[in-house]
Ligand binder design. Structure first.
Ligand SMILES: [Zn+2]
Length: 111
């Protein structure tokens, strides 16, 4: 498809998901257009490209239950939670740091 943004595998912007990722959340694209593509290296088998959909436009495959909403919320929040202190940093944890900025700046604790 021409004119669509293309992202490297695992570098998709927040708020977008592939069809399989939507299904894992119990969602479906619900007729929305593809908004971007993911490209994967050719070294492994499998699809070379995947289409990305907006999570906020997706619709539940089945009626949403509180547990499903909670799972969706967790999926959205997971990238903001610092693995070091376990707090919601309020922003996406930079992969270069692997932790929130206060943790990265803190002196290493003695064992
Ligand atoms: Zn932290």
């Amino acid at each position: 498809m021409a004119g669509l943004p293309v992202y490297r595998w695992r570098l998709a912007p927040e708020g977008l998901a592939t069809f399989r990722q939507l299904r894992a959340l119990g969602l479906r694209p619900a007729g929305q257009p593809v908004v971007a593509q993911l490209e994967r290296s050719r070294r492994r088998r499998g699809p070379l490209v995947a289409f990305l959909y907006r999570i906020d436009l997706a619709r539940p495959v089945r009626p949403m239950t509180p547990a499903r909403w909670a799972a969706l919320e967790r999926a959205n929040a997971a990238r903001r939670v610092c693995p070091e202190c376990g707090r919601d940093a309020g922003y996406r944890i930079p992969s270069s740091l692997g932790m929130c900025v206060p943790c990265a700046d803190a002196p290493t604790r003695a064992a």
